[in-house]
Structures are given as C-alpha cells and as structure tokens.
Design a protein around this ligand. Sequence first.
Ligand code: G3P
Ligand code: CA
Length: 325
Amino acid sequence: MPGYRLSKVIVIAHRGASGERPEHTLESYQLAIDQGADYIEPDLVMTRDGVLIARHENEIGGTTDVADHPEFADRKRSQIIDGETMSGWFTEDFTLAEIKTLRARERLPELRPQNRAFDGKVFVPTFDEILQLANDTNRRRDGAPRIGVYPETKHPAHFAGIGLPQELAVLRSLERFDYGGTGSPVFIQSFDPNNLRQLRGMTQLPLVQLLEHELGDLRLIAEYADAIGIAKSLASREGVTAAHEAGLAVHVWTFRAENEFLPDDLKIGNSPAGHGNLEAEIERYLSRGIDGFFTDFPAIGVRARNAAEGAPVPTFPPSTRRTSR
Ligand code: G3P
Ligand code: CA
C-alpha cells in the first residue's frame, strides 16, 4: 500500500460535526469525536496578533455576530483576496482577545435551523484549543487510536503578504500538542500548491493537495504531496485509480445529508433541508476505492464506512456538550 493510503478508509469530520453544530466550534469538534470520526478538520486563518483560529474564511460576518458589535462597525471594509473582492470584517483586523468577544453563528440557518439554538452561545476556537480538545480525548481513550487532526491553511498567500504567514505557526502548534512527529495522525491540506511546496521543505507530515475543478498533473502533485483532497465531481473510478498509480491517497469532499446536496435519486421528500440517503451516497464513492472522505455528518459517515468494511456498527455515547470558551 503506497504512501499514506491507510489500512482503513478515514472519516474526516468536516468543520467538526457541522451538520449538527455551528461549524468550527469546540462543540462541533466534540460531537464529531463523540460520533467516532477519525479526524477533525479545522480550516485556519490568522488574527492580527498572529494566532491561528478556526474559520472557513477570514471574513467573519457570515459565521459570527460581529455585525451586532457597534464597537467593531468601523472595521468593516472591502479588499481583494485571492483575486476576489470581499466585503465585511476580517480576522486580520482583530486581536484574539477581540475575536473572543464574538460568538459563532450557524452558516446555513435555512438548511440547519436546529443549529440556530447554539447561535450566540458558542465561541471561535483557536487551533491550540482544538488540539487541546483532541489531546484531552486521547488521554481518556486509553490505548484507542488518537484523534486525527486535518488542518487546512486558508488564504496562505494573502496572510503571508500581510506579514502573518501561517506555515510555521501551524507546525509549531502541532508540535506543541504532540502532533508533530512522523506517524502522528495528521494531514495538512491546502488548495495552494506554493503553500504545500513550502511546507514540504519544513515538515515530513503528510500533505494534501486540494483540487476542485480538475485532477491536473498527478505525477507533479506527487512530488510534494501525499494525497489529494478532491471534490466529488472529480472522484470517478478512473480518477481514483490514476491518483493511486501516482502514489497519492484520495480523500473526497463533502458529504452532506440535506437533500440540497444529494443527487436526485437519493433525496427523500421535497424539502431542501430534509435529509436524504447520505449513507447510500457515501457507499457509491467507497466502491470507487477512495481512501477517506469529509462529511458534515460523521455519525452517518462512520456507519457507512463500517458497513462497507464489514466492521461492527458502533453505538455512540450521548454527546457531551462542552461549555464554550
Ligand atoms: O478541505 C476539504 C474541503 O473542506 C475543502 O473545501 O471549502 O469546505 O474548505 P472547504
Ligand atoms: Ca476545509
């Protein structure tokens, strides 16, 4: 088995158990861990004082209550990020202490109305707090596999350009929490090949090239990466085989239970927010030989993976809701 193709398909909790809790909160990661996810996935951006925090993008108007804070009204601005004009509030304009005065919000309130119960109650975590959560779990697990961590650098060129490079900060945090050594359950992912090439010169940890529109030159990618993280549209059987032949593991995103995200034949009912047959969708991709997948619903992902591999279907303890920090 070449490189980082592991002995079992890995379930990666996409932004935590983000189908059931606001994404990128400790509550979301905790639920993912409780549900048996192998890896938790933080997207990472920087604060003004150089702290890595978990947000999908550096604009935080969509996933926090920053717009309700009059003291931050004058921070609203527009800028071009990765070639796109963005307007709102940006993490690089806030210190960590200021970020901690905000509360997280559900990104998709129409599709996930039940998650709105957490709006205003949950915080934006630092990468270190997420790693601490993983370590706290590892200590309690007593011999069971460690929780894996699958961080993504978001907008790395933008942050490097304003004097807030992410690479060393990510590696130092991983080392601080005992995730820096060879063999640690870690994948570092990015859409930016330059960022990955830079990381390749700094670490032996496995790197993942994210791809959305085409697979590209897989042999070239294999020079600096160990896996590809690809959109479902790219995950044909032929594509998966080609990646494996290039020595790359294949992880696929993103599996979501709402009808809105499912193919027509797996929808149940007419409501976009209703849940269809996600387990069947995951099975289709597992049959193509993928090595892992990102899902907003890790409980369903673990069930589908275990069913496909003939493992016993686990029963999960009730979620232990954390007090937010
Ligand atoms: O990182 C895999 C997948 O999460 C990439 O998409 O936009 O959800 O970060 P995104
Ligand atoms: Ca991501």
